[in-house]
Design a protein around this ligand. Structure first.
Ligand code: BGC
Length: 530
């Protein structure tokens, strides 16, 4: 049996294997026995004759994998291009053609923990959406109840009116259950709508394009707050949408409520995006007042970075395939190289390519051409599998084996597992380095001595090394005198929308009824809680 592939894989993979072997040595005292036992456990004998790997195959695999690697110069170049695109998005002359839209959010104030009140929030950004009821108490204390509802696929790609009706129905159901539908009380609502929107005020925003698999008709260019409010009014519920925010803004706001140094909001989930605090004098597209504080949070919509071709030199044929088979070809280039909606599919396409070129799964000719197995089907390798595979340390590969069996590869060999893990690591490392380069641009641009990055999203939460890889790449890219740290936001996007809605309702009490003002000021509950 050959362990030759181990020599061709990079240092981090080798070192984790070596650590495991050393562990085996300590426990069994005989290195050879440990490796032999480990290896026999890892690869039962039943297909042994088919499983010899020619070392040249590994060179072919390494060629594929190295197309995913990004060196320091490439990352610096990407940072430079991103900053040019950001400036284009911020300038009124070039905004129209710019790919990175840099939408001003109309959120100017960072919460300071003194906000109070009871607010509802709707959080729509993927196949699930949440309704939340949030009580903002003293000392940044938040009480929250929420319910997750599903957005059926037919609604995601159906008529826009149906989507907003669905949201209003779920909101009504939630309010009924939480006893919030007493007559006369109009609750303010914060709407987290995580799609690119040109904001016209805090409570008015036009959708510019759908992303993440949504494509409801009749919504693009429309004011989504109005569409939601119409559906709410039609349903007869007493709720007033006071603010719309992107999930990045919600995340930044929720983190800043606890930690005022938060100046960046980041989402690494189904989609990816970032927002940050920008000086008003750098925002050429800003039409509002120039009062203090002379700053506004910018929703970058960085997922669209590269849509003008400026990232083509680092894209692989797998990225092109992912793009072509998506619902929005030519759009969201950066997002498609980073986010959870696409990562598993990139891995699947690489595995499939290697399988078809007979470089992988050599003992599994029986599955070749069995088009029912998930590996042959779009979406057949979930992004959560990438995380699962990467949690394996050492030579047993129990998680990797389980994942491979799930995608239709029975009894994978040790080499198969090593190669699949190597592919997953490189795809996720590339994503982490790209996101890290994007963040480095923001940190250097703001120039604050310390910055906290509020972050949320399943990729960040569940991938075992995404954060570490991102931090490592940023260490070389962020100016030496600037410090940064990540703060995971809990329920950030919903809470943040509630905070913004609460502040908005305070600032524009005329839009609300007397009862609502009492709710916002939280008179009764605050008194009761004391
Ligand atoms: C959307 C952004 C959103 C991001 C993360 C992207 O597809 O365009 O608005 O912030 O996903 O949810």
């Amino acid at each position: 049996m050959s362990l030759v592939f181990v020599e061709a894989i990079p240092y981090d993979s080798i070192s984790s294997l070596l650590r495991k072997v050393a562990y085996g040595l300590a426990t069994t005292c005989v290195l050879g026995t440990a490796v032999y036992i480990g290896y026999s456990v890892a690869s039962p004998d039943n297909h042994s004759s088919k499983r010899y790997r020619n070392p040249e195959l590994n060179d072919e695999i390494e060629k594929v994998v190295s197309s995913l690697k990004l060196n320091y110069e490439q990352l610096k170049h990407i940072m430079h291009c991103l900053e040019e695109e950001m400036n284009a998005g911020l300038s009124s002359e070039t905004h129209k053609q710019a790919t990175v839209k840099m939408f001003p959010s109309f959120v100017r104030h960072i919460p300071d923990g003194t906000e109070r009140g009871q607010v509802l929030a709707l959080d729509l950004g993927g196949t699930n959406f949440r309704v939340l009821s949030i009580k903002l108490r003293r000392n940044s204390h938040i009480e929250l109840t929420s319910k997750i509802f599903l957005v059926p696929q037919s609604v995601m790609i159906g008529d826009g009116k149906r989507l907003f009706r669905h949201l209003a129905e779920c909101l009504a159901e939630f309010m009924e259950k939480e006893h919030l539908s007493q007559s006369g009380i109009c609750y303010p609502l914060g709407f987290t709508f995580s799609f690119p929107c040109k904001q016209e005020s805090l409570a008015s925003a036009r959708l510019t394009t759908w992303t993440k698999g949504f494509s409801c008709a009749g919504v693009i260019n429309e004011d989504v707050v109005k569409l939601l409010q119409d559906a709410i009014d039609e349903k007869g519920i007493n709720v007033k949408c006071a603010a719309l925010v992107n999930d990045t803004i919600g995340t930044l706001m929720a983190c800043a409520y606890k930690e005022p140094a938060t100046s960046i909001g980041l989402i690494l989930g189904t989609g990816t995006n970032a927002c940050y605090i920008e000086d008003l004098d750098k925002v050429g597209t800003w039409n509002g007042d120039h009062d203090e504080p002379k700053q506004v949070i910018i929703n970058m919509e960085w997922g669209a970075f590269g849509d003008n071709g400026c990232l083509n030199h680092i894209r692989t044929k797998y990225d092109e395939e992912v793009d072509l088979s998506s619902i929005n070809p030519g759009q969201q280039t950066f997002e498609k190289m980073i986010s959870g909606m696409y990562m598993g599919e990139i891995v699947r396409l690489i595995i499939l390519d290697l399988l078809q070129r007979e470089l992988l799964f050599l003992g599994h000719r029986d599955t070749y051409g069995d088009y029912k197995t998930p590996i042959y089907n779009r979406g057949g390798f979930y992004t959560k599998f990438v995380s699962t595979v990467e949690t394996d340390e050492g030579i047993k590969f129990s998680n990797t084996r389980r994942v491979l069996e799930d995608i239709g590869i029975r009894n994978p060999t040790f080499d198969d597992c090593v190669i699949v893990q190597h592919i997953c690591r490189q795809v996720s490392k590339r994503a982490a380095r790209l996101a890290g380069a994007g963040l480095a641009v923001l940190i250097n641009r703001m120039g604050k001595p310390t910055v906290t990055i509020g972050v949320d999203g399943s990729l960040y939460r569940y991938h075992p090394r995404f954060k570490r890889n991102m931090e490592r790449s940023m260490e070389g890219l962020v100016n030496k005198d600037l410090k940064f740290k990540f703060a995971l936001s809990d329920d950030g996007s919903g809470k943040g929308a509630a905070l913004v809605a609460c502040v908005a309702a305070h600032n524009a009490p005329e839009v609300l009824t007397k009862h609502t003002r009492e709710i916002i000021n939280d008179k009764t509950s605050e008194e009761n809680s004391d």
